[in-house]
Write a protein of this length. Structure first.
Length: 195
């Protein structure tokens, strides 16, 4: 009889634990369902005098388009993150734009490289005048890599939408055709640069 009571007590303790765990899991599921909005994209704040804050509506407009047309759940207002901040690792994609000079410190270089080789992605959009500076600073991040023009048959142009002619024209650059360049680290595209 005593043995039976011990087994019964153990059975109810296990049942009680499972019930509590199940209720907690259910609560967490519903809490997550109504509070987690999805991924976040950040704008990269850099030094050097270039206007990293240029085109304040470009990224929110792109996010809105993606959320509506391809059913993403990206937060509509992008965050801002500094190059040397550990917070950069919270964002799967960071966006860099502007006109003019870009300057990375040694801490910036180390942090950005760690971010990119760890799975992060940098999209650089040259408003005009960023090209020389971006190439110089990214060469500090990846001394052995060069930007390579991405051919029109690359998967980046053929995901949800097909861009038969490569990069769509975003900014005017001396009447040149739009171009998309990439840095490939160990075969993976880590940085896309539209020019």
């Amino acid at each position: 009889m005593i043995l039976m009571k011990k087994h019964l007590k153990s059975y109810f303790e296990i049942l009680n634990f499972k019930l509590k765990f199940g209720l907690f899991s259910l609560f967490f599921f519903f809490f997550s369902l109504f509070t987690i909005q999805g991924q976040q994209i950040a704008i990269l704040k850099y030094n050097g005098g270039g206007d990293w804050y240029a085109n304040p509506t470009a990224l929110p407009n792109l996010i809105k388009f993606c959320n509506i047309n391809i059913k993403t759940s990206i937060k509509e207002i992008p965050e801002t993150v500094e190059v040397n901040s550990v917070a950069i690792f919270n964002y799967p994609i960071v966006f860099m734009t502007g006109h003019g000079n870009v300057s990375f410190t040694d801490d910036d270089i180390e942090n950005l490289k760690n971010y990119l080789v760890s799975g992060g992605f940098l999209h650089i959009s040259d408003n005009y005048g960023l090209d020389t500076y971006v190439r110089r600073e990214m060469k500090k991040v990846f001394p052995t890599l060069d930007f390579k023009e991405i051919p029109y048959n690359h998967p980046i142009y053929r995901q949800t939408f097909t861009f038969e002619n490569g990069t769509p024209k975003i900014h005017e650059h001396e009447n040149k055709q739009p171009q998309g360049f990439g840095l490939f680290y160990e075969g993976r595209l880590v940085c896309f640069f539209d020019f």
